[in-house]
Ligand binder design. Sequence first.
Ligand code: PLP
Length: 293
Amino acid sequence: MEQTVYINGSLLPRAQAHADIYDHGLLYGDGAFEGIRVYDGLIFRLQEHIDRLFRSAKALAIDLGMTPAEMVDAVVRTVRANEHRTGYIRVTVSRGVGLGLDPSHLPPGATVIISTEQLSLYPRSMYENGLEVVTASTRVPPSCCIDPQIKSLGRYINNIQAKMEANRVGAGEALMLNMEGYVAEATGDNLFLVMNGELTTPPTSQGALTGITRATVIECAREAGIPVREAAVTLYDCYICDEAFLTGTAAEVIAMVRLDGRDLGSGKPGRITQQLTEAFHARTRTDGIRALD
Ligand SMILES: Cc1ncc(COP(=O)(O)O)c(C=O)c1O
């Protein structure tokens, strides 16, 4: 079945869905995006993703020309058109079309693209055995330059460089530090440490995205009576923790079992990691907006 893509109000076959060569997202990274998952017809936390997208657009002063409810509807229609029961959804928006930095020279009209994909980030064995991670030399930009809460297109050049650092040494992911040397997050995931039965995750003020998987895991932990705190995390904290895991829409929840050549905890996915992985997957069966019965 040919893929159907939503582009600026129309659902078109992929071969006919073209973005302009002068799109500001392409030319300058001047836009934002969301990666979303659909599980058996249920679009996981779609409202939360659309709300974050609209916050990103607002912070960038991009008028999307549609309401959040219309965006939700557009995502649902795209999923239905593709009979996309289980997989990944990418929503990409940009300021619109025009050469030159000055937004006042752009004709009105943001670009909005919604596409569906199959995505499996890691093989099953990595979910069972955990991920080896390295610390990247590429840092996250300071919040005063690019706010990590804006899921902007342009911010990801650093994350791609960091991911390439991981690839070069055969690691599955890279941790990224902020300019003060605290751990911010991984290239496409948030970080959690388990120490003495308590969870710690870096706050947004340290350069972490306000991840939707992260929020879900925090809810699951609190429901299970596991204390959670947002606090600055050092590499030392990572090296001596009992368990560690990463969370993200694409990766879901995955144990981090080695970092910079050291085993973390037992070097295997820990008990609390496994408990929260199961609790997260239970949420994917209930939390969201149904697109397909
Ligand atoms: C840099 C970064 N951090 C964290 C995450 C995890 O966020 P979420 O759980 O909302 O997918 C992502 C993915 O969106 C990301 O790109």
